[in-house]
Design a protein around this ligand. Sequence first.
Ligand code: SAH
Length: 239
Amino acid sequence: MWRATVLTIFPELFPGPLGASLAGKGSANGIWSLETVDVRDFATDRHRSVDDTPAGGGPGMIMKADVLGRAIDATAGGDRPRLLMSPRGQRLTQAWVRDLVRGSGVVAVCGRFEGVDERVITGRGLIEVSIGDYVLAGGELAAMVLVDACVRLIPGVMGKECSGADESFSANLIEYPQFTRPRVWEGVAIPEVLTSGDHGKVDSWRRAEAERLTRERRPDLWAAYQANWQFGKKNASER
Ligand code: SAH
């Protein structure tokens, strides 16, 4: 069973959206599990403080290394990677998500305030993960994003096993346009090729559209796609 353990001072925010729809069914069916650890349980003072003022001055508060360290040490993570949700981290990608799904789960630490004491990051070997170049008020939404992206790839969670195979980012392409009934809506018909029943033609139309949209919208992905393609061609010619 794939396991997500989230360390947070707001455990009541979970499972939130992770309890709905197919992800919720998947955990109800024992395909994956979510548990939270309340970091505040590891505070030792009367006020159960988890934060303190930054050394060197400046605004805001910092999550304390001792409290967070105890919370991490009390979590039996096994061989699961210990992640810290952090805008300074490596950007989460679909490739990274696929990699995390191949393992036995994740332990995700959620920061709050101005962040966490650097010593707990290095001391506990936390891997910093960012979900994008913007700043959230806390790591909880970021952890939900990460777990949601992972869980939908676990076999048995999504309706069709293969529906993750040709979606956005799987081959450095974004997805082709999708349609469903009615055939004509507000005078606009579904492209004829899609209702032709010719699977070969459907596949090449979809590939061409995915390429067009990637070229128009995501020059970064388009460059990576072309580089891969060139590389594949070169390898083939050298064989
Ligand atoms: N002062 C910090 C921001 C702290 S935001 C800085 O400038 O880098 C508070 C917490 O929200 C962070 O500790 C982190 O856990 C979470 N967070 C904010 N933005 C995030 C992002 N883009 N990705 C992942 N986690 C994020």
